[in-house]
Write a new protein. Structure first.
Length: 288
């Protein structure tokens, strides 16, 4: 991990190594913390945060869903992001990934979280291609997970909450241990939900298809990709997809803040399309 000088923690900039927390922090035991992944891109004018307002809005929405009272407003969090990137500017030479997290600290034990103190920290570091340079250029190998994506009857996928990622982590581990790069999780009805940390798209007969967000995060990169497709005159459909439809798709790709647009070249040992990054995928990558 590429460290930078400061981390923003509860209103102050603290040295990276000092942004620590107590071992009895509530979140560490019960998994209730909400977070975001946001990117800042290096432009000619310096770093520019992509969709900052949308990411902070989602962070506050996640907090609302899981009953964490945010100590900060939308505006305060926006300012904090900018303050942090400014303070660390000499450490950044390329694109930066920003990870704000709102978590429950030390003070109470037991499952009930309402009386636990709420802290917010923001870290930002340079992070390259999430699924590898080769992955983003030539596509990745994916496995349909044996784990069902957290069903809405049990979990709340619209909250970007740490606990939801145990499901992602087990799916990812299974995929990696089977020699694949990423997992594709189906919902409890057997339709494609999302990747362990990405949304999913296919291309069939010149049309872009992505599942609705019934069980999943409301993805900012998915929304951006849909917007780009509309601008480019590509027909787009938001409907359910089955795994066998993916096998016979012309192209497939994942989208996410970390993953950006990553082509999928294989699912469950079936080669997708020409087995490389598809033409429409490449066009969308370029536009993105
Ligand atoms: N689904 C899940 C489960 C998910 O975690 C992400 C983002 C998405 C969809 C795409 O959402 P968006 O970033 O708004 O387009 N995953 C974040 C965390 C990755 C990680 O390993 O940590 C991310 O991409 O930042």
């Amino acid at each position: 991990m590429k460290e930078s000088q400061y981390i923003w923690k509860d209103g102050k900039l603290v040295p990276w190594a000092e942004a620590t927390t107590h071992i009895l922090s509530h979140t560490l035991h019960y998994g209730n913390a909400v977070f975001e992944g946001t990117r800042a891109y290096m432009t000619k004018k310096g770093l520019a945060i992509f969709r900052l307002k949308e990411h902070i809005r989602r962070l506050l929405d996640s907090a609302k869903i899981v009953c964490i009272k945010s100590p900060y407003t939308q505006e305060e969090l926006e300012k904090a992001h900018i303050e942090l990137l400014r303070a660390n500017r000499n450490d950044y030479h390329g694109n930066v990934y920003i990870r704000p997290i709102m978590y429950l600290g030390y003070g109470v034990m037991g499952v009930s979280h309402i009386n636990a103190p709420v802290s917010v920290a923001i870290a930002a570091w340079e992070w390259g291609a999430y699924l590898g340079e080769d992955g983003i250029n030539n596509g990745i190998k994916v496995k349909t997970s044996s784990f069902v994506r957290n069903p809405t009857k049990a979990m709340m996928g619209k909250a970007k909450v740490a606990a939801n990622y145990l499901n992602s982590q087990m799916a990812k581990h299974e995929a990696l241990s089977c020699g694949c790069d990423e997992a594709l999780l189906l919902d409890d009805n057997g339709f494609v939900a999302e990747g362990s940390g990405e949304c999913f798209f296919i291309v069939r007969n010149g049309k872009l298809v992505t599942p609705p967000y019934d069980n999943t995060l409301e993805s900012i990169t998915q929304a951006t990709t849909i917007e780009l497709a509309r601008d480019m005159g590509i027909p787009i459909e938001q409907r359910r997809i089955t795994r066998d439809e993916v096998y016979i798709a012309d192209e497939a790709f994942f989208t996410g803040t970390a993953a950006e647009i990553t082509p999928v070249r294989e699912l469950d040992a079936r080669v997708i399309g020409n087995g490389k990054a598809g033409e429409m995928t490449k066009k969308l990558q370029e536009a993105f």
